[in-house]
Design a protein around this ligand. Structure first.
Ligand code: PGA
Length: 256
């Protein structure tokens, strides 16, 4: 049984001070609710990691960067390396989010290099893949998603690949309030797992596959009820501690 992972993606929201206030508000909510069957994580701006590290650790909430450089160090003004994230308290890093692909021209090759950089620095990569609406309309959604998957894991040691988390995020569902149906999300996550199995054998059963795209307290239960959906990557609803708690509770109920 894969432990569900409820992962927030705060994107470019909140200051470090507001992040600490979020944790302070979440603490009493979480402590009064069973959550031993759920893993919790917040993907936050790199500037927030040090400020959040101790309080997050006390709560048992892991921290993730939202991006990293494919390079280990050097003359790359503005970039943040995997070792910087790890040293500042991140255990994970989001890689290849559709907003990075769209607004920062991240190609499959760059995403693959970033997955490798994450692994070099001991960070679990949360690899985001997902089709555009036009791909789905053209009946190409699965092709697009599996091509992104294969490209991103290319060259990664088969044993390391199972330490990656996959986030299936249909681009048209991100931040739009439109969620994929539970059946469509399950079908894609099952296709991803089948593809992983062809290259990684039974390790595929250990890899967590998240759904992302307007997941919220109202739709989380039906998504988690799907056999190949092991949690969520949640943007908007993760900004509110009470909504994040509701997602946590749904995952706990599902797993226990
Ligand atoms: P959303 O974002 O939950 O606001 O749709 C998800 C994501 O971009 O990871």
């Amino acid at each position: 049984m894969r432990t569900p992972l409820i992962a927030g993606n705060w994107k470019m929201h909140k200051t470090p001070r507001e992040a600490k206030a979020w944790l302070a508000a979440f603490q009493p909510l979480l402590s009064s609710t069973p959550h031993d069957h759920v893993d919790l994580l917040l993907g936050v701006p790199a500037t927030h990691l040090l400020a959040m590290r101790d309080d997050a650790r006390d709560l048992g909430v892991a921290l993730a960067g939202q991006d990293l450089s494919q390079h280990d160090q050097g003359a790359y003004t503005g970039e943040v390396s995997g070792s910087m994230l790890a040293d500042a308290g991140a255990s994970h890093v989001i890689v290849g989010h559709s907003e990075r692909r769209a607004y920062h021209a991240e190609t499959d090759a760059i995403v693959a290099a970033k997955v490798q950089a994450a692994r070099r620095h001991g960070l679990v990569a949360i690899l985001c893949i997902g089709e555009q609406e036009r791909d789905r309309d053209a009946g190409q959604a699965e092709n697009v998603v599996l091509n992104q998957l294969r490209a991103a894991l290319e060259g990664l040691d088969a044993w390391l690949a199972h330490e990656v988390v996959i986030a299936y995020e249909p681009v048209w569902a991100i931040g739009t309030g439109r969620t994929a149906t539970a059946e469509d999300a399950q079908a894609m996550c099952a296709a991803i797992r089948t593809d992983l199995r062809t290259r990684h054998g039974n390790l595929a059963d250990e890899i967590r596959i998240l759904y992302g795209g307007s997941m919220n307290p109202g739709n989380v239960a039906s998504l988690l009820a799907q056999s190949d959906i092991d949690g969520g990557l949640i943007g908007g609803a993760s900004l509110d501690p009470e909504a994040f708690l509701a997602l946590t509770q749904a995952a706990q109920e599902h797993a226990s």
